[in-house]
Design a protein around this ligand. Structure first.
Ligand code: PLP
Ligand code: ZN
Length: 381
């Protein structure tokens, strides 16, 4: 079943990828009773914004589940509508721009996670959720803590030891109870799930909640709206749990479904050379690209299938290239955290191949701001 087909249903429905169980998005379920992953399917809707639509991702409200739209007013901080600008190299090429940077770190909490958090927490607010639990390697917790504060929902966030101090401090400023787990990213997720079982808090997981990926599909709608006449042939996205990549894949598929684009762009997923489970490799050592260092992503098969069905590929960033890539972008006024400079580093190697631009322009997503990671690169133990 092609993604463009499977994304279509007669009405909004959440479906288990394993057993086919169906439930309404209003139920806010994060996982099926059979432990299968849940995904949100909806009618094929043309996302073209109406005149006077809000200047935020809510402009694509027609293509968002009603339960999220109902809570939008309680949470919105203008998230989305990130700039699409020419990349440094194109200043010297002198021909029409081939490489565009989507500055998806220009968001209320300085990462793309605001797309998913805004939509997920809007739905939670609409359903009267009072307390939520989340787990994160940093940016998702930062975004969820902010939107929970905005909606007046109490938040408890589990993070692994070693999470950037500046991200933990930001979560605490938003009033979240941050629990630093003495263990891995996976241990933090297990601790959060246990807490959800003990209490009956809402599990605001960016990895499992189908409404989070539903929010990130607005990335694709924006790229489409911003690049009339020069729609990209390829989109390069950093990938850990795949929430942006899967959302983008959904968004592009629905644009194709609505007849607004001829062809879905190739999706190029970037991982760290030290943590590339999408290539079947065993993680080794630590990487400064903390936001994509996910050893065992639950949606791995879905990510690999989304990349494959777009005729895309999975590439890696060398650890030694992260700092030079950060400096190269900064020399052009763009300061990103190492997780995002990893994407620029891997793209640099990819772009040197003669055939790289044969099919058309490339959009490179830069998703985390440099202010989140002061100093050149965090020291690794
Ligand atoms: C979370 C994050 C990623 C990776 O997103 P996934 O959903 O885990 O694939 C990439 N870049 C930045 C800056 C992030 O915060
Ligand atoms: Zn199931």
């Amino acid at each position: 079943v092609s993604p463009s087909r499977s994304a279509v249903a007669l009405t909004w429905v959440v479906r288990c990828a394993t057993c086919g169980y169906e439930t309404a998005p209003e139920e806010l379920r994060w996982r099926c009773a059979c432990s299968g992953l849940l995904d949100l399917y909806g009618p094929a809707i043309d996302p073209t914004p109406k005149a006077g639509a809000p200047w935020s991702l809510w402009r694509y409200g027609a293509a968002l589940a009603p339960v999220a739209l109902q809570g939008a007013g309680k949470v919105t901080m203008g998230e989305g509508m990130s700039p699409l600008v020419p990349a440094p190299a194109d200043r010297s090429v002198g021909t029409s721009t081939r490489v565009w940077l989507k500055l998806d770190y220009l968001m209320p909490t300085l990462s793309f996670k605001d797309r998913g958090a805004a939509v997920l927490i809007a739905a939670a607010a609409a359903r009267g959720v009072a307390r939520l639990v989340a787990d994160s390697s940093g940016n998702a917790g930062h975004a969820v803590a902010a939107y929970a504060a905005r909606a007046g929902i109490g938040a408890e966030v589990f993070v692994p030891k070693g999470t950037s101090a500046s991200k933990v401090a930001a979560m605490r400023r938003f009033g979240a109870d941050v629990r630093v787990v003495d263990g891995s990213r996976q241990d933090a997720a297990v601790a959060a799930m246990q807490r959800v079982e003990e209490t009956d808090a809402f599990y605001a997981s960016h990895v499992y909640q189908p409404l989070f990926v539903h929010g990130t599909k607005t990335f694709a709608y924006e790229v489409w709206e911003q690049s009339a006449g020069r729609f990209p042939a390829t989109v390069v996205i950093g990938c850990g749990n795949g929430t942006l990549l899967l959302g983008a894949a959904r968004g592009f598929a629905s644009l194709a479904q609505a007849g607004l684009i001829d062809r879905v762009p190739k999706l190029v997923a970037v991982q760290s050379e030290r943590c590339a489970p999408l290539l079947g490799r065993t993680p080794h050592g630590r990487t400064a690209a903390e936001g994509i260092a996910i050893a065992s992503p639950p949606r791995r098969d879905q990510i690999v299938e989304a990349v494959r069905s777009s005729s895309g590929e999975i590439i890696t960033a060398a650890e030694a290239d992260l700092l030079p890539a950060r400096r190269e972008l900064a020399a052009y006024g763009i300061d990103v955290e190492p997780t995002a400079s990893a994407v620029w580093a891997a793209f640099g190697a990819w772009a040197r191949r003669p055939e790289a631009f044969e099919e058309g322009p490339v959009v490179v997503a830069l998703c985390g701001a440099g202010a989140k990671s002061p100093g050149d690169l965090p020291r690794l133990s």
